[in-house]
Design a protein around this ligand. Structure first.
Ligand code: C5P
Length: 239
């Protein structure tokens, strides 16, 4: 962490030789329901960084276009971008969160309709550019833990630490049901596992570990074990 702080305060020598101010970035990527966001949030809190959930921006763009047009077959890249334009990423005490028309939209972006349609929006290259710019902007001035699919590959190829979380699809489905407070019958678990595998397929293109990422299989790990591992790695890197 010492290096993180020093680099944040003093800046670091840029490739071109000049000194640029640069905050620290920990990138956590992985497939749906692999525990990225909750882990990223807890790592951020432990290190005194801010959490940025890039998926929340794809979800917010999807919620914004859904407010205007319910039929996804009528969406174009431009109409999604226009709908997303008023979205802001606002910093709170421990994380950034999306704001639309002056209000937090957390509940709306976690709903089924957004989840069903978000991968379609995430395939649009200009929407990806829009999200990436917002996330980079958030990271420009703060030390951040960012989570998503392509944070370590595309958005922050120079991140201080890159983690790729994986977990068995049934375990991920079980965690999702627990998160929603739904009792896990075999049928519900089967259905959720299918939904998660479908989303894996839709997101496969951008869900790739960076060559220098540390992959952690969280199937048999508790949340706090995952968090400790990542915080430990971050400490090691900064020594
Ligand atoms: O992380 P979460 O599941 O909330 O992300 C929602 C969707 O946003 C994913 O299913 C994926 O389609 C998209 N996404 C992405 N790249 C990211 C983060 C999320 O394509 N970096």
């Amino acid at each position: 962490m010492r290096r993180s702080l020093v680099s944040a305060i003093l800046g670091r020598l840029a490739a071109g030789g000049g000194v640029t101010r640069r905050s620290s970035v920990i990138a956590i990527d992985g497939p749906a329901a692999s525990g990225k966001s909750s882990t990223a949030q807890m790592v951020a809190e432990k290190l005194g960084f801010l959490h940025v959930d890039s998926g929340s921006l794809y979800r917010a763009a999807t919620a914004a276009i859904l407010r205007l047009e319910k039929d996804p077959s009528r969406w174009s890249e431009q109409s999604v971008l226009d709908a997303a334009r008023p979205l802001e990423l606002r910093a709170a005490r421990t994380s950034f969160y999306p704001i639309l028309e002056g209000r937090a939209i957390e509940e709306e972006i976690r709903g089924q309709e957004v989840t069903r349609n978000v991968s379609r929006v995430a395939q649009m290259p200009r929407v990806r550019e829009w999200v990436n710019a917002k996330v980079r902007e958030a990271a420009a001035a703060k030390n951040v833990v960012v989570d998503g699919r392509d944070m370590g590959t595309v958005v922050f190829p120079d991140a201080d630490l890159k983690i790729f979380l994986v977990a068995d699809s049934r375990e991920r489905a079980l965690r999702r049901l627990r998160q929603r407070g739904t009792p896990a019958s075999e049928q519900l678990l089967d259905d959720e596992t299918i939904r998660i595998k479908e989303r894996d397929e839709r997101d496969a293109k951008q869900t790739v570990p960076a060559p220098d990422a540390v992959t952690i299989d969280t199937t048999g790990l508790t949340q706090s074990e995952q968090v400790e591992q990542i915080v430990g790695l971050s400490m090691q890197r900064s020594r």
